[in-house]
Each structure stands twice: as C-alpha cells, then as structure tokens.
Design a protein. Structure first.
Length: 169
C-alpha cells in the first residue's frame, strides 16, 4: 500500500485523468483539523477556499480531476465542511457529482473509496473505522474493468454538485 508522500506522487505523475469515488461520512485528516474547527466556528476560510491550489496544480496542466461523493443526509459536520469547500474545487477545475442515498436508490456501487488514474490504474483506499487514511492499494489489472464500471455507474447516477447544493440551501 502507498501512503503519505508516496501516494501523493500519484497526483504529480498521472497523465490525463484522476477520478475519485468517496463513500465515508467522516475523514480523519490531521492536516484538516484546524481548518474544520475554523469552519465550524463560522470563521473566514481564506483565499484557498475559493480556488483550490492543489486541484488547480493538476487542471492547469490540462489534466482532468473528477469525483462522485456517495453520502446520506443528514450530513455530518465533516461532510458539511467538505461540501462547503467543493465550490473552490470546482472553480479550480474539478468536476464533482453527488449521490445522496436518502434521495435516490443506487445499487451496485462499492462501499469503499477508490482513485482511478488514466483509466489504467486503480487504488482502493483503506481507512480505519474513524476515517483515518491507512493507504492506497494498487489493484491488479484484472480488477480494472470492475472499477471502471463502478465509476461509470456513479457518474450516471450523480447530480452535479451545484444542483445538489442549491436544493439544500
């Protein structure tokens, strides 16, 4: 499994596209704790909140970044925080869709996260029950078709983030 800087290098080396399926209600990311506390306190989130530089570093080179977040309402504090950051990701060029399983019945999706790079490599993400990232496991090539199918199913059933967020407001 890859974690830390090794996993981070995948975002520097993919050539065309990166797709993420997210499924957790809480992610325990140490680097986000201070920012989450500021968000929950209603404080200003700063300029990076409106145009995510990490996403921009990929999209400015012509590569695409997309995700579908599978979730259930009511949203956890973490999901409220994460979804509030999505407009800045979209400004930076990421395409984001939402599947709210309290609104639509979508079957056949996995119960775990994954990243798909260039439609050639898939990394299954492993987390503790509390949402702490343990690492990404590169899956064998024979599993690729299964994950491409899940990506296509997720994209076909997701609503664009802006439409989802507007309904919630």
């Amino acid at each position: 499994m890859l974690a830390g800087e090794e996993f981070g290098r995948l975002f520097e080396t993919f050539e065309r596209s990166a797709f993420r399926l997210e499924t957790l209600a809480v992610y325990d990311v140490e680097d986000e704790q201070e920012e989450i506390a500021r968000f929950l306190a209603g404080e200003d989130m700063g300029p990076e909140w409106s145009d995510n530089p990490w996403i921009r570093s990929m999209t400015d080179t012509g590569r695409t970044v997309s995700r579908v977040h599978v979730l259930r309402s009511p949203l956890t504090d973490y999901l409220r925080y994460e979804l509030s950051a999505y407009p800045g990701n979209i400004t930076a060029g990421e395409s984001i869709g939402i599947i709210d399983l309290t609104e639509v019945d979508v079957t056949g999706l996995p119960d775990h996260d994954f990243w798909l790079f260039d439609d050639r490599q898939v990394y299954r993400m492993h987390y503790t029950p509390e949402g702490k990232f343990l690492g990404g496991e590169l899956l064998p090539e024979e599993r690729l078709g299964e994950y491409l199918g899940w990506r296509n199913l997720a994209l076909a059933n997701a609503v664009p983030f802006a439409a989802y967020w507007e309904r919630r407001s």
